[in-house]
Ligand binder design. Sequence first.
Ligand code: F6P
Length: 521
Amino acid sequence: MSSETTPDDASGTYSLVVVSNRLPVDKVVAADGSESWRASPGGLVTALEPVMRESDGAWVGWAGVAGDHSEPFENDGISIVPVSLSAEDVEFYYEGFSNDTLWPLYHDVIAPPTYHRDWWDSYLIVNQRFADAAAAVAAQGATVWVQDYQLQLVPKMLRESRPDLVIGFFNHIPFPAYGIFSQLPWRTQIVEGLLGADVIGFQRVADAGNFSRAVRRLTGYTTKGATIEVPIEDEAEVQGNPLRAKVSRRGHQVRTVTARAFPISIDAASFEELAHRPEIQARAREIRQELGDPEIVMLGVDRLDYTKGIGHRLKAYGELLAEGKISVADASLVQVASPSRERVQTYMTLRDEIELTVGRINGDFSTISHTAISYLHQGRPRDEMVALYLAADIMLVTALRDGMNLVAKEYVATRFDNDGVLVLSEFAGAADELKAALLVNPHDIEGLKEAILRAMQMPRHERSRRMRSLRKRVKEHDVARWSKSFLDALADQTLAQSSADAAAAADESASESANGGDEQS
Ligand code: F6P
């Protein structure tokens, strides 16, 4: 599939374009300098793959390696359009503004955000690069779906260059309360950037509410429920797509933007399918044996990130051991902490703290036959993750703030045996849906300890009742449903505006005829 543009038609050929910081494939450079592409099969890819193939889709994003200048290519029926980032872009735009300014700010300042003007400058430049790359490949009237906090300026940039496009944005992480968001020196530009979209999706109802409040405070635009009226200032926007414009009750020319919750999910069926495989079940049994057959296996699976509450979890477990309420033969903890953003200082400090704590707990409580915490600072393949989920009696998700937390949903999807207990932080987006979990406030260490003990003692019938209810939710609300509901909302939004305007145009022409208008050609 070609993505060439012609001089008199500044558009490409793709009718659906997904734009995200990372591509669904990573470039891998081996020690000998040889290069290859490795699929990074996240939930988003699984969800969008069928839609992308059906609707002639292209994926615009970064290959994950600084200085890479790969040409567009086809991967598994999807056109991949790499955007290149220099070493300085990676440092300023990705590690700096995205992950040391926005990430801590949007996660309720658990770590202090850093504000640097040159990081912001880089964010602007790189967002423009992504917007240009998407604009170059999108067909006339195409749908462009922009993903996540790294690219919040892209919707407005796209609307400016390509008013014909239908633009969606989905924020995978929380959107903070205005009292926190207002710290950001570039808060108005961010809000204006997002408002370039037709539909803005958030994980939780509370996130969408926080965004609408920020819009009212910073721009004074009218918001009603999920609808925001954005004044049209640039006539070109109307000329590019006259159907988008309507007149507000105050007599201004506006376009409407929808901002509401679309909680993301996982490909539940594929996790369940893996869980049914005999070799994966055998591996789950083997894991328990390798752990010394403890009574209870507890599991934590996270990127090594300060938002995940790993330290709080370790503290609760360590205190239960110290107080003699449990022993390592009763309950062993497996903590998978996959390496993340390792050149950002806060992440380096976190790693030191977590590994010190793990070392202390293991030193104090492990025996020759039982290790208190089996700590894995490594990403693990999906098969191994499913085996771990099957092996775990208790899954600990104790995030201090999390957009959704898909690990909680993966655990539930895997447990076709209707067993296992999910201990889930009320500060993870998943808590809005997974109400049958044992919900905890991870800051309350005593409460967390009680929840762990309760999970350990929970009778089979209660575990089963809770797990059935959790599984019903996750299986019915899978990632395919999520992407469909977002794309449907995007289609409805443009349709509603089109028909409102078609009706207005019909009224207008009827009144012109009634007035004897003779301008028809
Ligand atoms: O959802 C949050 C997010 O930052 C995604 O955008 C990203 O793909 C994932 O977490 C992993 O982060 P990173 O791309 O920084 O490794």
